[in-house]
Design a protein around this ligand. Sequence first.
Ligand code: 13P
Ligand code: SF4
Length: 357
Amino acid sequence: MTGSLAPDPRQIKPYAKRAREDRDQMMTMLPYTQDVAKATAPLLAKVSRAIPALEWPHHAPYIEAINRLKKEKNAVILAHNYQTPEIYHCVADFAGDSLQLAREAARTGAARIVMAGVVFMAETAKLLNPEKTVLIPDLEAGCSLAASITAGDVKALRARHPGAPVVTYVNSSAEVKAESDICITSSNAVRVVESLGAAEVICLPDEYLARYIARNTKVRIINWRGHCEVHERFTAREIRDYRASFPGTVVLAHPECPPDVLDEADFVGSTYAMSAYVRKNRPPRVVMVTECSMSDNVAIENPDVEFIRPCNLCPHMKRITLPKILESLQTERHRIDIAPEIAAPARRAVERMLAVT
Ligand code: 13P
Ligand code: SF4
């Protein structure tokens, strides 16, 4: 049912070439001057638990340049919780989960939005701000869920289940949203599904999120077989092993994980909900069953909590780097543009979701 997620062998050479270009860009350091050191000293103090002092001269000149340029250009940087600490804590004006980023995008007064996240997040920001410039620092920051389904697949599903509303996770392309009745995120999914008053709904593209919703509602859920390549790698056995090795560990998991992993968790929620859980309950020891940078970012804000860190990197989120954010602000390359005939129905689906929650 899903589209193939295996890389096209013809693309392997260009991927390697791009990776080498990324490395070169990272190695081209801006100078770490005394002025830069002084301007960024408070930020270094904030992130020193996550970023070794040795690395700071590499990040600081970019942080200083980005923070200066974003003011000059009336730009705002929105960062997802999976961004690395030097982005999340040092240049982001706002950081959060997908729902929070969509809400913030809808209310910002800035002329330009730089999305430190993946393309579907930048597209959602553009849908809510058609007049503004929305930039993504790397156009290839995709998502395995968004890549798992096309607009044609949605039409075929509708034909197979006439009358069932299509409820689409925001981790999807604008074209897929345009074929949908309403969007959801991991933090409002059950609420949105129940708001429709339907006996059955088509819920796509994440099979595991759909199965999580099905466990928490009486509405019949028809799913699609898309998966997050980061969360599907966790196993129930691995979680049991953490508990055995680190007694007293509280397990927090993202609903994109397989059901047997969620069965092992003490709490299931969006990235925001997981960090709010830690802030509120301050468990002495915690494991966040999600992307690596999440624990780094939350640990900085909760120094009294010990984090066990199983590490599954999202290769798409990690395409966003400080040098690319700076380049994006300087050149305004990789603007998000959505054809009006796609944007109008896709915006309706996102706005309908924002009206529910
Ligand atoms: P959240 O909305 O929970 O931040 O999830 C987004 C995402 O891409 C998780 O993999
Ligand atoms: Fe997509 Fe998974 Fe990466 Fe989130 S973590 S952006 S769902 S691939």
